[in-house]
Design a protein. Structure first.
Length: 529
């Protein structure tokens, strides 16, 4: 499904993508390869959404967050096993990181089981890799133990024997220095003062440098046997690492499979967390847009941050419909809610609603409303809107949802109304979904489409308020407004524009004059509110 930048901003597409972003790198990589669901993917989309809802119901919020945090901490093994498969010899740090990966999967499984997760979605494990690295796990780190190569034990034993022999020789020389020179060397190199020991040096010492009053000498020990033994150990360890790297390379597919499973789990847990917070449902994926108590989550979040209440919306949109109602009644929010819930199912996200019937769409497009970002210096607001409408209508089809917000309001009301009617007729003939919010009268009837309206302000709304107290006025409007979407009983509906103007502190004498002008016979404007 495609969503352009204008529509994405209007329906909360980017907000939604961020809200269901996976916790870790595995999930992010999984999401990078996953495209939104399109028409024909109903079964896969439905299965994913149902699983997300089941996870949300099965796992408590705190346990869900522990799981996501544990998953986020799993180290990334992919570059290491890819290098091994390419023939690189891995180092001890690489083996340690792979062991950490195996340990992290065990910890993830433990947290999953504690959370009550199902056996079907249990996190992956890498048992062969764990067993392969097991001999080097003493103490929780990694050590290239003798078990990793046939020659390691014998070569290390030879090196130990050579080092012991060298140490015995060092002690013998140190004792001779003590007996002959009366010096107890602190190391293999020490100073001999000429005035105390002017004669020749004892055997097994060599002159490093000298001055008029001193000589710097060092032990002259034969280290060839030790050095040869060390070389053999290094060769044996290199051979062992090479062999172990080849065996790690053989686990490449198993490890990559585990990371993909982790990505899918991260993806699902993010959506389950979303469903936990917003109350997502399992929708019926069908060629109808209908929902009960749907929530436009981006707006609900903004209102909650300001201490205000969000009212869920219900809507049934079998095809094309016109939505009328008062200013500040939530017409744009209703359009955004429809687009947002359809976006949810396209992304495999449980739509936040009590129940829903939604389609998988090819496109969601927003047309109209304030959009300064799209306006160019070469086009007026009206021209810019017409160009956008032209491009949208060129590709509109049955699997498109057009959300039309006050289209053509910046031109004359007669022409604007006629254009909107013609656009809706074209959309109806193509079988597209469309919901058009407008203040133009008689559009639905003229275009032969459904007419819905926002219920509007209740009676007895307008107590006297301080004209400067905008917050109080907004609270009063919110409390009095009935945001339900209902069928229109007659063409058009009152906009409550005058009542809202009074409540927002507008000069009451001017409002009264405007009301009187509007009530004169023949003075009814074509575009109301």
């Amino acid at each position: 499904m495609s969503v352009d930048a204008v529509t994405a901003a209007r329906i909360g597409w980017d907000w939604l993508r961020a809200a269901v972003a996976p916790a870790g790198a595995f999930g992010r990589r999984y999401d990078e390869t996953a495209s939104p669901y399109a028409p024909g993917d109903e079964r896969r989309a439905g299965d994913e959404i149902a699983e997300c809802v089941a996870l949300a119901q099965q796992i408590e919020p705190a346990a869900l967050e522990r799981l996501r945090g544990t998953l986020r901490a799993v180290p990334e093994p992919t570059p290491i096993v890819v290098r091994a498969q390419a023939g690189d010899v891995l180092g001890d740090v690489d083996f340690y990181e792979l062991a950490r990966f195996a340990d992290a999967l065990d910890e993830l499984e433990r947290v999953w089981n504690e959370a009550g997760g199902s056996t079907q979605r249990r996190p992956p494990r890498v048992e062969r890799l764990r067993a392969l690295l097991g001999p080097g796990r003493d103490g929780g780190g990694f050590y290239l133990s003798d078990a990793f190569g046939e020659g390691l034990r014998s070569s290390r034993a030879e090196l130990l024997q050579a080092e012991n022999a060298l140490e015995l020789r060092r002690r013998d020389v140190a004792e001779r220095v003590r007996d002959v020179l009366g010096i107890v060397p602190a190391g293999d190199e020490f100073v001999v003062m000429r005035e105390l020991h002017p004669g020749p040096l004892p055997p097994d010492l060599r002159l490093v440098r000298e001055g008029p009053a001193y000589r710097v000498v060092a032990f002259a020990l034969e280290t060839g046997a030790r050095d040869d033994a060390f070389t053999r150990v290094a060769a044996a360890e290199e051979a062992a690492r090479r062999e172990l790297s080849l065996r790690v390379a053989a686990e490449h597919d198993d490890v990559i499979s585990a990371t993909r499973a982790l990505g899918a789990l991260d993806h699902l847990l993010a959506r389950a967390a979303f469903a936990r917070r917003w109350g997502g449902c399992v929708p019926e994926l069908t060629a109808t847009i209908a929902f009960e108590d749907g929530v436009f989550a981006p707006l609900a979040e903004q209102l909650a941050a300001r201490g205000r209440h969000y009212t869920p919306l219900s809507l049934e949109l079998p095809g094309v419909a016109v939505l009328t109602g008062p200013n500040m009644g939530g017409k744009s929010a209703a359009l955004a809610t429809a687009g947002f819930l359809c976006a949810c199912v396209a992304l495999g996200v449980p739509p936040p609603a009590r129940a829903a019937r939604l389609p998988l769409l090819e496109r969601i497009v927003w047309l109209g409303g304030d959009d300064a970002a799209r306006q160019t210096r070469l086009l007026s607001s009206y021209a810019d809107e017409i160009v956008r409408a032209r491009d949208i209508l060129a590709t509109a089809s049955q699997r498109c949802l057009l959300l039309v917000d006050e289209f053509a309001r910046t031109t004359g009301p007669r022409e604007g109304r006629a254009l909107l009617i013609a656009v809706l007729e074209a959309l109806r003939s193509r079988g597209a979904f469309a919901l058009a919010a407008t203040h133009f009268d008689g559009v639905a009837e003229a275009a032969h489409v459904s007419h819905l309206r926002i219920a509007g302000l209740g009676a007895g709304t307008f107590a006297a308020l301080d004209a400067d107290d905008l917050d109080a006025a907004l609270d009063a409007i919110n409390a009095a407004m009935d945001y339900r979407i209902v069928a229109a009983d007659a063409p058009g509906s009152a906009s409550d524009a005058f009542a809202l103007a009074e409540l927002l502190g507008f000069d009451r004498s001017i409002v009264a004059r405007a009301r009187a002008l509007c009530e004169r016979p023949g003075d009814e404007p074509t575009a109301r509110g």
